[in-house]
Every structure is written in C-alpha cells, then in structure tokens.
Design a protein around this ligand. Structure first.
Ligand code: NAD
Length: 338
C-alpha cells in the first residue's frame, strides 16, 4: 500500500494533481473533496472507483489518510492546511502558499512542531528547464548574475480573489530565488486595473537584490500574445529561457560587455561588446507535476525536507505581500527583511 492521499479542491488545478498522484506506485489516491457537487460528479466520471465527498471532515477524521493536498483558491489554503496539520496529516499546498505572511508563518510552525512535511507546489522548481538554468548559473559560465527579466503575459485567465502578481509571479519568483539564487532586499510594484474591477490585471514588479543584482517581472492577463520568457544577464554570458519553445527552451548567448579597468569621467568611459556563439542545451523533459508529486511522497516516506518546503513558500508570500503594499503606495519601495 502506498501513501494514502486526499485532495481538497478539484476545480481547474486539483484534477491535474490527482492524475499525477494516481500514476505513482507509491501513492494510494484515496479520496477527493469539493463543496461543488458538479465537480465531484465530474471526478466520479473520470475515476469511477475513487471516493468523493463534499465534507472536508471526512478527510480530516480518517486516521488512515496520511497526507492532504490543498488545491482550493488561495484564501482557502490556510484554514484547510492548518486543520490537516493539526490532525497530523502531511500537507502539499498549492502556490502561493497562503494569502498572508502570518498565516504562512503559523503553518510552518505547526508542521515543525508536529514533525510533518509541509510542501508548496512551486511547479517550476520541478521543470527540466528551470533545473537546467540553475545548473548553468551555478556552474559559473554566466559569471555573476546581474539582472533577471521575466515576462508572463496572456489574455486571461482572470482570477477573482487574487491579483495578477499573486497568480503568475510565483513561477518567476521560483526562477529568481531558486534557479538564479538572488536574494531580494526590496520590492516596488506598479499595477493597473485595466479591465478587472477589483484586482490588478497588469503589473511590473522590480526587485532590488543583494550584491547589486536586480530582477523585473512583467505579468499580465491582458496581453495579445502568450509570452513566458526569462532573460538572465550575467557578467560573462547571457541566457534566455522560453517556456513555449517546443525544441530549444534555453539559449545561452556568449555575449557580454567589457569595461575598461579604470576611468575618471563619463567622457573617458568606453566599453567593447563581445559577440560569440549561441548554445542550446538539450533538456530531458518529464511532466513537472509528476516529478513534484513523487518528491512530496518521497519526503513523506523518508522525512526529507522538500525542495519547495514551507519556508520557501513563506519567502515567496513575504515578497507577494510586500508587492501589494507597494501597489497601495503607488510603487513605493518596500524593504524586505535581510
Ligand atoms: N502550480 C500551478 O502551476 C498552478 C496552476 C493553476 C492554479 N494553481 C493553484 O491551484 C489552486 C486552485 O486553483 P484553480 O484554478 O483550480 O481554482 P478553482 O476555483 O478552479 O478550483 C478551486 C476548487 O476548490 C473548491 N473549494 C474551495 N473551497 C473549498 C472547501 N473549503 N472545501 C472543498 N472544496 C473547496 C471549489 O469549489 C473549486 O472547485 C490555486 O491556489 C491556484 O493558485 C496552481
């Protein structure tokens, strides 16, 4: 028998988690829960043998369930995950981990106190492309990372309860924090409600990071084309990652700027540009959600700390909350704790 898992929230994303969990031999995908009966009927059609319920206490009160995956909208993450952790269940929680920093801190503390695995589905940290980027950056071929620029644009999908930064930027933050290893010190966000009446549907997030590095994230639900790109500018070489490129997601550009060793005035400032080859490393792709679910089950089984643990979820929520404060202050700079 595998690890017995229950999933709460089977709207758009939850069924993807269930499909991947069901394919893993280390998992006994036991029951799913949703307060919408239509979603449960849909799951019954997809998986006739799987138990369904509209009462979350059926998962919480079942001592045979080892772990719960929380896949509801963001404001539901904290109360549902807290109940699961307090009942002694390991928890996999969708990104972003919670709607508030103090909620994330509390979940981390409960998981620690009860010796339970708390993992966040930072899906991008389980993709071949992002891990290849991490490997390239850590190998030093790019030199020091000076700047990261991310664009995540599309027409839709509009969310009701969170703005576009909370919805889309977690993926870019995974690249900035996990792959590029940058340490943001402050956040400045300008956002606009172009079409959405309640939350920002377009935003530009500027992160000032340690060692004079910086990162910019452009996210939008109101854009004509789907764009998913990251540019990493290093002191020696540069890299572009295009998640939508079917054959070569990563291009490494042997390009850089050579500055003179010393100059006194701008008039004396000269630089030369180096143009070399472009390389496209091969990626061994597998479904990121499957890799992520497998890692969660392995952590439950062995007690290993997950790659995207509660602390990393908390780090991300701190940036997202600071971004909201910056939007409210018309793009004012909000400092993050070092
Ligand atoms: N990792 C990724 O790439 C990725 C992609 C999309 C969505 N997500 C995340 O997945 C989560 C869900 O997003 P979605 O688009 O599937 O939302 P959704 O609104 O389509 O689905 C949420 C479901 O949860 C159910 N629900 C809410 N509260 C409940 C409760 N207390 N008990 C039982 N059921 C409850 C709703 O009825 C609904 O069916 C969000 O946190 C989102 O950020 C992650």
């Amino acid at each position: 028998m595998g690890i017995k898992v229950g999933v709460v929230g089977v709207g758009y994303w939850g069924p993807n988690i269930i499909r991947n969990l069901k394919q893993l031999p280390t998992c006994d995908m036991a029951i799913c829960c949703d307060m919408d009966e239509k979603r449960l009927a849909h799951m019954n059609r997809l998986y006739p043998g799987m138990k369904t319920t509209s009462n979350y206490d059926d998962l919480i009160g079942d001592p045979s369930i080892d772990a719960i995956a929380v896949c509801t909208h963001v404001s539901g993450h904290y109360p549902l995950a807290k109940k699961a952790l307090e009942a002694g269940k390991h928890v996999l929680i969708e990104k972003p981990m919670t709607a508030k920093v103090d909620e994330a801190e509390e979940l981390v503390a409960i998981a620690k106190k009860n010796g339970l695995v708390l993992m966040v589905d930072h899906t991008f940290e389980y993709t071949a492309g992002v891990n290849k980027m991490k490997e390239i950056i850590e190998s030093g071929v790019l030199g020091d990372v000076l700047y990261v620029h991310c664009s995540r644009l599309n027409l839709g999908i509009f969310q009701r309860d969170i703005n576009v930064v909370w919805d889309l930027a977690p993926h870019d933050l995974s690249v900035i924090l996990y792959a590029a290893g940058l340490k943001p010190r402050s956040v400045q966000t300008v956002g606009a409600k172009l079409l959405h009446p309640k939350v920002e549907d377009m935003a530009l997030v500027n992160l000032k990071c340690a060692n004079n590095a910086s990162a910019v994230i452009h996210v939008s639900w109101v854009d004509p084309r789907k764009v998913r790109t990251v540019a990493v500018v290093g002191s020696k070489q540069m890299l572009v990652y295009d998640d939508l490129d079917p054959t070569a997601k990563i291009h490494i550009y042997d390009k850089c700027v050579d500055n003179p060793p010393h100059y006194d005035t701008f008039g004396e400032f000269l630089c030369s540009y180096h143009y070399g080859d472009i390389n496209m490393p091969r990626l061994q792709e597998s479904e990121p959600l499957s890799v992520m679910c497998k890692h969660f089950l392995e952590c439950v089984e062995t007690g290993k700390t997950p790659r995207s643990d509660g602390e990393s979820g908390l780090r991300m929520v701190r940036i997202l909350e600071a971004s909201d404060r910056s939007i409210a202050a018309n793009g004012g700079e909000i400092m993050l704790d070092a």
